[in-house]
Design a protein around this ligand. Structure first.
Ligand SMILES: C[S@@+](CC[C@H](N)C(=O)[O-])C[C@H]1O[C@@H](n2cnc3c(N)ncnc32)[C@H](O)[C@@H]1O
Ligand SMILES: *[C@@H]1O[C@H](CO)[C@@H](O)[C@H](O)[C@H]1NC(C)=O
Ligand SMILES: *[C@@H]1O[C@H](CO)[C@@H](O)[C@H](O)[C@H]1NC(C)=O
Ligand SMILES: *[C@@H]1O[C@H](CO)[C@@H](O)[C@H](O)[C@H]1NC(C)=O
Length: 457
């Protein structure tokens, strides 16, 4: 006991130091992220006492309205702020004038003191430039290395500001975070496929898909919001891809059996979400009431419930496309209700359509929350450790699971590749297979895809 005391004292000092560092950290974040939103809200002068009490939520939604994803009418806070969108926008415009700046990007850059610990990532648009040339070009100015996980992704030091770089301006590289770049890579579409990006704008993942497919096949980019279609079209133009078709439509209203969609082999579903893994979360953990994953108040709970309900509907719809073999579901949210819970709720339906969870990036150690069977297949990134909170689930339907074991001669339910493969049997293979008593099962074994590029558990 006597010996233990000095250790206890040391421990207490260490604890105090840690708490001090932690608090300091929080305040540094607060000052780097909030000022522009605070200034806009002050300038617009729209908050009454009710909303002043829920200032965290107001910050998050205001940020989304001005700079982030399009908000749909879900909760009271969104309604309140969306009705005042014009006031917010003119307050932002006045701020722009006051700071003598022309573009909103410049204003954002002026306010942002870059996070000293967050590496910058750029994804090479391989439709325009190969990775090694990009590396040589960027190394003239920066320390650059290839990312260890995502092919085509380059990692730069935290403070690099690339938004005016010629390679960014001409679409040879896209500024895209690591987690965001993992999504299309997890789907891993094959060149020549037809692929659907269900909720596409602003289109960073859409053009990533096109690059992964090396310009072969077709990407259908569906987007509901008319204003955001423009940004999507700009991204597509900048990327130089010519096999992306932009559709202004509600994904839920697409008929999976209609000819343009009936041949779709892979779907990327990155629906509207709370954004709690990105900006909102950085605002969130400034405020103790918003501990990770917990929703702080009734308004936010309502918002999350409505988002989750759309997410479930959209994922359910994705399962109905007859030729789909791979579906990626992703969010930039940290909330279980938008992530594991959505997957869990559609799992029985997915299984009945022959889908199961597969493991995107098996070497990545951060997996889903253990609240459903198969959680270890799910992928998460952490808003603090990885600097962004993302969630990725990958569903696959193996060709074998579409084949009925009875091997009915009617093969209309098989995918095109499967049918072609069957016709491509060499005579030798045919001699081995056909007389076998258990021909059906053996055939299924032979044709089950031996090496899927995404490792499956
Ligand atoms: C999270 S963002 C997608 C980001 C995009 N994947 C990217 O990486 O650039 C979600 C998008 O889905 C759109 N959206 C929401 N509901 C939709 C629906 N029912 N059908 C199609 N798009 C929808 C939103 O307008 C928003 O642009
Ligand atoms: C983009 O800019 C870089 C650097 O100026 C140049 O080397 C490259 O050829 C340009 N690419 C295209 C497609 O315009
Ligand atoms: C999408 O790409 C643009 C252009 O490179 C970039 O400014 C933006 O931050 C990217 N958005 C996301 C969510 O990665
Ligand atoms: C079948 O054979 C043709 C011609 O040899 C070839 O072009 C095609 O890619 C093959 N299909 C498959 C699925 O192996």
């Amino acid at each position: 006991m006597i010996i233990a005391e000095p250790f206890e004292a040391l421990f207490n000092i260490a604890l105090l130091l840690f708490l001090f560092w932690f608090t300091l950290h929080i305040w540094v974040d607060l000052f780097s992220d909030l000022p522009i939103i605070k200034d806009v809200l002050e300038g617009a002068n729209i908050l009454n006492s009710r909303w002043k009490r829920q200032v965290e939520l107001v910050y998050i939604i205001t940020y989304d309205i001005l700079f982030g994803q399009e908000i749909s009418f879900v909760g009271d806070a969104e309604k309140f702020l969306l009705q005042r969108k014009v006031s917010l926008q003119s307050a932002l415009a006045r701020l722009l004038v006051r700071k003598k700046m022309k573009r909103i990007e410049d204003l954002l850059h002026h306010y942002q003191t870059p996070d000293v610990s967050k590496p910058r990532y750029v994804r090479v648009n391989t439709l325009k430039l190969d990775v090694d040339s990009a590396l040589i070009e960027l190394r003239k100015q920066y320390m650059v290395e290839k990312d260890d996980l995502v092919p085509d992704l380059l990692k730069l030091p935290p403070k690099c500001d690339l938004h005016d770089h010629p390679l960014v301006m001409n679409g040879s590289v896209f500024m895209q975070g690591k987690a965001s770049s993992m999504v299309a890579a997890a789907l891993d579409p094959e060149p020549g496929w037809e692929v659907l990006d269900a909720c596409a704008a602003p289109g960073n993942k859409t053009v990533h898909l096109a690059a992964l497919m090396r310009g072969k096949g077709k990407v259908i980019a569906c987007e509901l919001n008319k204003e955001r279609i423009k940004r999507l079209a700009d991204t597509v133009r900048l990327s130089g891809s010519c096999n992306i078709e932009v559709f202004h439509s509600d994904f839920l209203s697409l008929d999976p059996k209609d000819p343009p969609y009936s041949k779709v082999r892979a779907i990327l579903l990155d629906p509207s979400c709370s954004g709690s893994g990105t900006v909102a979360e950085r605002l969130d953990h400034l405020l103790p009431s918003h501990a990770a994953g917990q929703s702080a108040n009734v308004d936010e709970t309502e918002r999350l419930t409505k988002l989750a309900s759309f997410q479930k509907k959209a994922l359910t719809h994705a399962l109905c496309f007859p030729q789909v073999e791979r579906i990626v579901y992703s969010t930039c949210s940290i909330h279980q209700i938008e992530n594991e819970d959505v997957v869990k709720s559609i799992l029985p339906l997915a299984a009945s359509h022959g889908f199961r969870l597969a493991t995107p990036f098996p070497q990545w150690h951060r997996r889903g929350l253990p609240v459903l069977e198969g959680f270890e297949h799910l992928l998460r990134t952490d808003p603090v450790e990885d600097k962004e909170g993302f969630f990725i689930a990958l569903f696959i339907r193996e060709e074998g699971s579409v084949i009925h074991p009875s091997l009915s001669p009617d093969s209309s339910h098989l995918s095109l590749v499967e049918r072609t493969k069957r016709k491509n049997l060499s005579k030798k293979e045919a001699r081995i297979i056909m007389p076998t008593l258990f021909g059906g099962m053996f055939k299924m074994f032979l044709y089950s895809k031996p090496s899927f590029r995404v490792n499956l558990k």
